[in-house]
Design a protein around this ligand. Sequence first.
Ligand SMILES: C[S@@+](CC[C@H](N)C(=O)[O-])C[C@H]1O[C@@H](n2cnc3c(N)ncnc32)[C@H](O)[C@@H]1O
Length: 246
Amino acid sequence: MKLGYAILGIFLTGLVAGCERGSTESTAPDVAGHDPAHPPIDCPLAKAGVDASHLRPFEDVEKYIAFLERADRAVWQKPDEVVAALKLQGTETVFDLGAGSGYFSFRLARALPSGKVIAADTEPEMVRHLHHKILGDGLSNMEAALIQPGDPGIPEDADLVFVCDVLHHVTDRPTWLGKLVSEMKPGARLVLIEFKEGDLPEGPPESVKITRAQLVELVTRAGLALTTERVELLPYQTFLVFRKPG
Ligand SMILES: C[S@@+](CC[C@H](N)C(=O)[O-])C[C@H]1O[C@@H](n2cnc3c(N)ncnc32)[C@H](O)[C@@H]1O
């Protein structure tokens, strides 16, 4: 995981530097050849006014995507157990906030045959990857969205907001969580997964971790109530479920 945080650092630096595209990847979403039963979804970058031709070399992003998707992550991340722990009915709208490569989003989509997943991220390259994979897989119950670092952009119909390994990237957490909670509808749930403290084989540097007590304090102050904690579910991460009263 330490390697992954180095890759993320390079990735973000490159984005700030405004690198030019360096691969043969098409800049425009290629909707030709997709299953006509699943009409193309509007390009989320064009919708957000982002000119994809100024994004950074795609191969750097591919490295971070490969890191997030690496096979041995499943041993401790337990994605299927995590999705099962959400106890979804299959009809909900789930907002995967800071979805990255869609490690959880695509699994969530399978658990929502009559619902949908919105996979949102602040990085245009991640959103492009998500969008292309959604189109390539012909998924009609999933879409990608580009959001801003200071605005989680929760849709008003979201039943569940899923946030895995994202909060430690956020600088002004009280303001960000306050906005997130204000955008959630009454009764909606927030699922928060963050790395535990201690010298673990996975996770970000100790200096950026948020303790369980801090997580609960931050989220309850923002207005949600802690409803579930699965201490035994994940070996390296805290798994907390909150609900918005009402
Ligand atoms: C460690 S990755 C986790 C990705 C995914 N949730 C997973 O578990 O595989 C963190 C992601 O959070 C995104 N991110 C960082 N700051 C964010 C913010 N303020 N709002 C939303 N996403 C953010 C990054 O672009 C990155 O894709």
